[in-house]
Each structure stands twice: as C-alpha cells, then as structure tokens.
Design a protein around this ligand. Structure first.
Ligand SMILES: [Zn+2]
Length: 281
C-alpha cells in the first residue's frame, strides 16, 4: 500500500507534467470506482485545465480551472491497496484494471489502474478543494499530515492509552504513516511497537517525532519504497526499500546492534523490530 512518501513521489512526478494540460475526453470504464454521478463527473472535467496537483495525506488531488482560471473543482484519487496513476502517451495499450482514463489535448493520458479496487475517485465541487471533512461517500476523514505534525500536537496525541503502533497507523489523528514507515520510525526511536503511547517519556516522544519526520523525508528523497505494486507516475521504482532497517528483514541483523530482527503481530499487522534496540512491549 502506498504510504505518504510514495504518494508524495507520485504527486511530484505528475505536477510538472500535468499542470496546464486541458482535459479533452474522459473514459470511465468502471463507474463503481467513482463516488458520485458519472454524468456529472465527465461533464465537469471536459475542457478544464489542470491548475494544481497536490497531496492531502495519502490523497492525490488535481484542482481544475475553467475559463479565466476559475476554480472548476478538484479530482481526488485514493490509491487504496493496489492503485496506480500512470501518465502515458496516448495510443499505448490499455492495461487490465484501468478504470479511468483522462485524455489531455495533445494525447497524453492519465490512467487510474487498480486491480483490487480499494482505491477510488472523488470529485469536489468548485470552492471545496481544501475540504478535509466533507469528502463525499466513503472517503475517510484524514488528520494532520505526519510530515507537518508539530511536536506539541504529537505529544498531545501520545497521551492516549492506545498501543503506539495502532495509534500511529490510525489515519484520523495523524495521516500518512503505514506499516513500513511506522516500523522504521519506531526502530530509529528505539520504541517497542506494543508499548502503550502514554508510557513514553518526553525524551522518547521527541525521538519518535523526529524519527517519523526523518524517515518520511529520506523516503521522499529516495522516491518511496517499491514493494508490491508501487510505481511512480512514470513507472519507475523507488529506492527506500534498500534502506529499510527492520521492515521485511526478519532474521537479518539489526544495522545498529547486529541482533536478529524479529517479526511479531501488532495492531493486526506484521511488525518488525529489534528486541535489543526496542525493549519492552
Ligand atoms: Zn538493534
């Protein structure tokens, strides 16, 4: 599942190439990926230009402009488990599970491919592009972006009794961390994933806050982690998987202390950790 760094990489890849392009045709092959009326959707997009490509947590947003640069609404993509957004030259074969194609003047196409269909497409009416709370059917609310979470708010969040890993994975209070970067940040901060958030002392809270930011920033610089289906918008692979210290490294030595990495279940997910660097639990 793409996490914040992968989504940020996709957004950066799309922004430079999509901005200013005009939508000429909309091909919706499966209307159930769209949350809203297909007729309204297709009519709203045609002849509009892409004004801005941006990210809200793990959502990719394309804000469109009409004549006179008037806000013409915002397309929202959520990639779910297996979704991909590909920017291709028109006329290229359409791969299976391509649910939506936006054809731009000049022939470039933006294709939404999602075999498992946990992702989706939404359309926010003009003037609602910044909306984080009203997002239409089935698009969950998202909290503060993990890259922009101030220490004070993070400290407040960690007063809860919940298990730290489950709390970090919950997208409502803080959005963007998934299984990979959660495990990587907890290892860098020396915190066991099963500890209760409220048992972390102030030093641990600071370390974790800094580790989350460092891991996400390094992963963005590396173009994300390519595991499973993830590809950037141009089809290229990320490189951060080569720098994972614990995630997916069961039985291999911890880069810090050489103890073998173990895998446990936490928050219903596989969690990788070093029991020496991350005591307790
Ligand atoms: Zn270790």
């Amino acid at each position: 599942m793409p996490e914040l760094p992968e989504v940020e990489t996709i957004v950066r890849g799309l922004a430079g190439r999509l901005r200013g392009l005009e939508v000429e045709a909309v091909h919706l092959a499966r209307s159930d990926v769209l949350h809203g009326s297909p007729t309204v959707f297709c009519a709203a997009l045609r002849r509009r230009r892409v004004a801005r490509v941006w990210r809200v947590a793990k959502q990719i947003r394309l804000t469109l402009a009409g004549p006179g640069r008037r806000d013409a609404g915002t397309l929202v993509f959520h990639l779910g488990m297996s979704g991909r957004l590909l920017l291709v030259a028109g006329g290229r074969p359409v791969e299976p599970h391509t649910h939506l194609r936006l054809v731009f003047r000049g022939g470039t196409e933006l294709r939404f491919v999602d075999p498992r269909r946990f992702g989706g497409v939404w359309f926010l009416a003009p003037g609602r592009s910044d909306d984080r709370t009203w997002l239409g059917r089935n698009l969950p609310q998202v909290g503060q972006d993990a890259l922009r979470m101030p220490l004070k708010a993070f400290r407040e969040l960690l007063r809860r009794r919940r298990q730290i890993k489950a709390l970090l994975l919950d997208q409502r209070p803080m959005a963007g961390l998934g299984n990979i970067y959660c495990d990587e940040a907890l290892h860098r901060a020396g915190i066991h994933p099963l500890r209760r958030a409220c048992t972390l002392n102030d030093d641990e809270v600071r370390r974790l806050h800094a580790a989350i930011r460092r891991v996400l920033q390094a992963a963005v610089r590396a173009g994300g982690s390519s595991i499973g289906d993830y590809r950037a918008a141009d089809g290229s692979l990320g490189r951060f998987q080569l720098r994972h210290r614990v995630y997916g490294r069961e039985g291999r030595p911890c880069p810090r202390c050489r103890t073998a990495i173990v895998r446990i279940a936490a928050a219903g997910r596989s969690s990788y950790l070093c029991s020496r660097c991350q005591p307790g639990g």
